[in-house]
Design a protein around this ligand. Structure first.
Ligand SMILES: N[C@@H](CCC(=O)N[C@@H](CS)C(=O)NCC(=O)O)C(=O)O
Length: 211
């Protein structure tokens, strides 16, 4: 049985793994680590970070690596290397934009320095938000022939891009105007179509994540 371990809040790094397995009815279990317990247990994890996956009593780390494993198990990866590289780019894009916004999140959550967080968030919005979403829109345009999914076939790239757009358009990220996605009509349309994709939206997990 696959076990996924993450903090006790929902975030794309964990959700894409769960959604991928759930989509294909692959059994898995989840373990949550409380934020306050983290300093005491951090050293027990291979790279001192979450998420991790435990499979056959071994621990595996890094979102992209685990996502690839889960997607292969779920038949949501691709045997075609040119489709696989599209999926990999969406996962890498997600890591990159997360690394860009992370300092402003860290300043607020860990350092409790709201002025610093505000300044860093403004820098992210001025320098990175639209630039990085334009990269994703261009990738979608290049890769998607039917303009529905990133590849012709539904894959973990779609789950990941959907989860990232949900995050950035949640209205929960201070100073990020959730309407910014309107500047990216292909992505906006992709997001709408994902929210109509019955096998995806019928998952209990989908309902839990959007709640
Ligand atoms: N390279 C890792 C990064 C994971 C990461 O940044 N995890 C954060 C939570 S989203 C974390 O574990 N933070 C706690 C820490 O670094 O001590 C991956 O791809 O999964």
């Amino acid at each position: 049985m696959i076990k996924l371990v993450y903090f006790d809040f929902n975030f794309w790094r964990f959700d894409i793994l769960r959604l991928s397995l759930a989509y294909s009815n692959i059994p898995f279990e989840c373990e949550r680590v409380k934020r306050q317990d983290w300093p005491n247990v951090k050293q027990d994890f291979p790279f001192g970070q979450l998420p991790i996956m435990i499979f056959n009593n071994k621990k595996y780390a890094h979102t992209h690596s685990i996502a690839r494993f889960c997607a292969i198990k779920s038949n949501l990866y691709s045997n075609n290397e040119l489709e696989a590289i599209v999926i990999d780019q969406v996962l890498d894009w997600s890591n990159e934009i997360t690394n860009k916004i992370a300092p402003s999140i860290r300043a607020a959550m860990r350092e409790k320095n709201l002025d610093k967080s505000k300044k860093l968030r403004k820098e992210f919005i001025d320098n990175d938000l639209l630039t990085w979403f334009s990269y994703l829109e261009k990738l979608f345009n290049r890769s998607s022939s039917g303009k529905i999914f990133f590849n012709d076939k539904f894959s973990i790239a779609d789950i990941t891009a959907w989860r990232m757009i949900l995050w950035f358009c949640s209205g929960k990220l201070e100073q990020v105007d959730k309407e910014f996605i309107k500047e990216f009509p292909l992505l906006e349309n992709f997001f709408k179509k994902m929210n109509d994709h019955k096998p995806f939206i019928n998952l209990n997990l989908y309902k839990e994540i959007i709640a």
